[in-house]
Design a protein around this ligand. Structure first.
Ligand code: AQP
Length: 333
């Protein structure tokens, strides 16, 4: 079956290993199958759900685009654009917002996590963020959406919204119900400081994550300081349920080296943590440093990046305008 792929990344700076292993690496793999139509979006409308400095936002949009290209996305093979350049996303979000139910959105755990204790002060945009995400996906009839595990609940909501729209407007299969594409193992990369928290751009501690643009010394230092525990390196048979930090580091090794967890455990069984950490740093330097270098090079030519986004937006706009016009007709506009 030919797949239509849609996914996005927020231009909120500090693109990290979690974004890469949970999402972008998968984007590149999907692009390599010629039968797939891939659309990858820098979701700048999503990023303003929390306060952004306008000049930094523009630069972060370029940086996320550079990270896409440096990781292997090719504008000749995939549509690459920024969300705010295609106005159908905002229009679609309004229509779908009127179909969505408050109760559905109230159950979204990401809002609860991001809004924290003071929900009253969170933006309305942060609350309705998953509706905009549904519009992003449904406008392109995406069949598959590659995301990290943290976005699974939003994808389920998107499916509910699509079905309700189709029912409400008597338009069976008009909005295509998409499937999530989530890696089977290590779909959620955790913080280097606390194995129970997700690795995140907005974590105040830079030592909680490996950024794609970190240099060699910083990578070595961050892995050296990454939390482990006092027990020895686990063997193949050891259960790691109660050792989240160790599981996370082994998981990172496994994802980067394309080996399964048991193989990684066997390779390091009986060795000490410092030797494992040295190996992990070397692997990160081998896989991530070249991406960081490319990002920095690409950022030297802002016009080139802006041009890629502009051309991508023209292609995306053609597809999205058709769909939003049909959607408006169904609604009665
Ligand atoms: N830690 C993670 N492990 C696996 N996948 C992850 N993703 C994010 N963090 C991890 C995936 O990366 C894609 C883009 O994410 P995003 O930029 O849209 O926003 P996010 O999920 O909110 O990521 P962050 O880093 O946690 O950003 P902040 O701190 O700004 O909220 C998504 O597919 C996501 O699943």
């Amino acid at each position: 079956m030919n797949k239509k792929i849609f996914s996005g990344v927020q231009p909120t700076g500090n693109l990290h290993l979690g974004n890469y292993l949970g999402a972008i690496k998968n984007f590149v793999q999907l692009q390599s199958d010629k039968k797939n139509q891939c659309i990858y979006c820098v979701v700048d409308l999503h990023s303003i759900t929390v306060k952004q400095d306008p000049r930094t936002l523009k630069q972060n949009t370029r940086e996320t685009t550079a990270a896409f290209l440096a990781s292997g996305l090719d504008p000749e093979k995939s549509i690459i654009f920024n969300q705010s350049a295609v106005s159908s996303h905002a229009e679609g979000a309004w229509i779908l917002g009127c179909v969505s139910r408050m109760g559905w959105l109230s159950r979204m755990t990401q809002f609860k996590e991001k809004a924290g204790k003071d929900k009253e002060k969170a933006s309305v945009g942060l609350y309705v963020y998953p509706v905009l995400m549904a519009a992003d996906i449904l406008l392109y009839d995406a069949t598959h959406v590659p995301v990290g595990e943290d976005q699974k609940q939003h994808l389920e909501l998107c499916r509910d919204i699509a079905q309700k729209f189709n029912n409400d407007f008597n338009s069976r299969n008009f909005l295509k119900v998409p499937e999530p594409l989530i890696q089977k193992e290590f779909a959620r990369i955790m913080s280097l400081k606390n194995g129970l928290n997700k690795m995140s751009k907005s974590d105040p501690s830079d030592f909680s994550r490996i950024n794609l643009t970190d240099d060699k010394d910083l990578i070595i230092n961050k892995i050296k300081k990454a939390k482990t525990d006092t027990l020895p390196m686990p063997g193949k048979k050891d259960n790691l349920e109660k050792r989240p930090e160790v599981l996370n580091l082994l998981g990172i090794y496994s994802s980067l080296s394309n080996q399964n967890l048991d193989e990684v455990k066997s390779n390091f069984e009986g060795k000490n943590f410092s030797s494992f950490k040295e190996n992990l740093s070397e692997l990160l330097i081998d896989k991530i440093l070249p991406i960081g270098k490319k990002i920095k090079d690409l950022l030297k030519d802002e016009k080139h990046l802006d041009n890629i986004l502009k051309k991508g937006a023209e292609k995306a706009d053609n597809l999205a305008t058709k769909k939003i016009n049909e959607m408006k007709k169904l609604v009665g506009f």
